[in-house]
Design a protein around this ligand. Structure first.
Ligand SMILES: C[S@@+](CC[C@H](N)C(=O)[O-])C[C@H]1O[C@@H](n2cnc3c(N)ncnc32)[C@H](O)[C@@H]1O
Length: 472
């Protein structure tokens, strides 16, 4: 059947066909779908970390909670096995595993994730009295205040003017003051700074980009955005140091928190999982808990640009990082997966043979050719996302031991009027690439009710799910 036709009617004809194939695919999983009431938005987002010592320091908006990781570790009795996360972000899977005595390995592209993990590792080690004393000295004496020197940091086009002038000055004095400390303390103090950048700036992270408060004087668009309180630099740093010191001191004298005698080792690779995964030995991990970027145009290299600038990432490196990310923005160019790894033939074939995916891509491309899509990068992004994820899934299958589970948090998406069932398409890939699909756990909708019944899944709202796959 050919799907070419006049512009008029393209959408309706494709949409009917896509809906039919989608329903068929969904039906094949009807026994694996389950609405899991416990998996509410709080548990499956950063929210549940907000009051959790250590995890609450850096608010990584796209993180899931340590409670969620524990929930699955308990549910599937993940004990005495090494854990893997190819999209480690702030390291929630890695630290949760470590606290339970399990070794873990992760991959993360962005240096912000690395700085978070590196510092948390320093601060989770046995605490010397000296380290706490130094942090208290910084809190009480504020050594940056009387600095005459100010250190420059990278100014990116998209972050220029991000701070009120007083805060910018204090920030530069702070960067200058930390240069006098040991490299370990410098890392910790740099992390403290990263934790407060949002609070002291005119910007707020908003998925696809940074939103600018009207007080910045930057081009504002149509609506006036007021982010609310912008904190004074000194107050924000002192308050963050207080939080960190109090969490460390509480852990030294734990009341209820269980700390294993021997925390698991954490190892984090820096770079793209598409480049690093092929070098990882086969059959060595007993659990994989992860959340890739969603296919939703969120651009981490824009929303974390302030942090990346402080970490020395210039325009050129930022562009390279944007292109190395899993394709999830309209700016991602197509990656040459065959040249990246000749062993991905089966993964690419799996995506090539997926009728529903191919129909969606054809539909989106046709809309693009007819200039009927609001951004011409969408078809390329959707295609790139699924092909790259197919390769990631093939690699994850290869590095897991037989019988072990892969847990993945992901959301379905909608473009040009069609719902794209990321959950069933990726599950189809997984079952071709060595997994048994045990469950697709559906989050209850915002109101907590179960309007998403089998048969009507996806019609009213986009499913947000946790996939549970088991390596054959
Ligand atoms: C949804 S977040 C993961 C959050 C993590 N579960 C946590 O709790 O902090 C997805 C992460 O994937 C990273 N990422 C995107 N493309 C990547 C790639 N090609 N290789 C490795 N990491 C990548 C992003 O930088 C982001 O930190």
């Amino acid at each position: 059947m050919t799907y070419r036709s006049s512009t008029l009617g393209i959408a309706s004809r494709y949409m009917a066909e896509i809906a039919k194939l989608d329903e068929e695919t969904t039906n094949t999983y009807k026994n694996t779908f389950r609405i899991e009431r416990k998996l509410n938005r709080t548990l499956v987002s950063f929210q549940a970390n907000k009051n959790r010592p250590f995890y609450r320091w850096y608010k990584f908006k796209e993180a899931y909670s340590a409670d969620m990781v524990e929930y699955f570790m308990d549910m599937y009795s993940m004990r005495n096995v090494p854990v893997f996360d190819p999209f480690a972000g702030s390291g929630t899977s890695l630290f949760t595993a470590s606290e339970r005595g399990l070794n873990s390995v992760g991959i993360e592209l962005l240096p912000i994730g690395h700085q978070i993990v590196k510092t948390r590792r320093i601060l989770s080690q046995n605490q010397s009295e000296d380290r706490i004393k130094l942090l208290k000295k910084w809190r009480d004496k504020k050594p940056w205040v009387n600095m005459t020197q100010q250190s420059d940091f990278v100014e990116l086009r998209i972050t220029k003017g991000a701070y009120p002038i007083e805060n910018q000055r204090s920030l530069q004095k702070y960067l200058s003051a930390i240069e006098n400390e040991t490299s370990e303390l410098q890392d910790v103090l740099l992390f403290v700074l990263l934790c407060v950048l949002d609070d002291i700036s005119y910007t707020r992270k908003d998925g696809q980009f940074l939103r600018w408060d009207y007080r910045s004087g930057r081009q504002l668009g149509k609506t006036k955005f007021d982010k609310g309180k912008i904190y004074f630099f000194d107050d924000a740093i002192v308050s963050k140091l207080n939080e960190i010191i109090s969490d460390i001191e509480d852990r030294q004298f734990p009341s209820t928190i269980f700390v294993p005698a021997q925390p698991g080792e954490i190892m984090l690779h820096e770079g793209s999982c598409l480049s690093i995964l092929p070098d990882i030995e086969s059959s060595q991990f007993g659990a994989l808990i992860t959340s890739p970027p969603y296919c939703n145009r969120y651009d981490y290299t824009r929303t974390y640009a302030k942090e990346l600038a402080i970490l020395g990432i210039n325009e050129e490196k930022l562009m390279q990082m944007r292109q190395s990310m899993l394709s999830c923005t309209v700016e991602n160019r197509e990656k040459d997966l065959v040249s990246m790894n000749p062993d991905w033939g089966a993964a690419i074939k799996t995506a090539n043979n997926h009728a529903l995916l191919q129909l969606i891509i054809t539909y989106l491309n046709e809309l693009k050719d007819e200039k009927k899509i609001n951004n011409s990068g969408i078809p390329r992004m959707v295609k790139g996302y699924f092909y790259e994820m197919s390769c990631v899934i093939a690699e994850c299958s290869r590095i897991l031991t037989s019988g072990s589970r892969l847990i993945m948090v992901n959301d379905n998406v909608r473009y040009a009027g069609v719902n794209i069932s990321v959950d069933t398409i990726l599950s189809d890939f997984a079952s071709e690439l060595g997994f048994i699909i045990e469950n697709i756990l559906v989050l209850p909708d915002e109101k907590g009710n179960s309007s998403q019944q089998m048969g009507t899944f996806g019609k009213e709202s986009l499913r947000k799910c946790v996939y549970v796959w088991r390596k054959q």
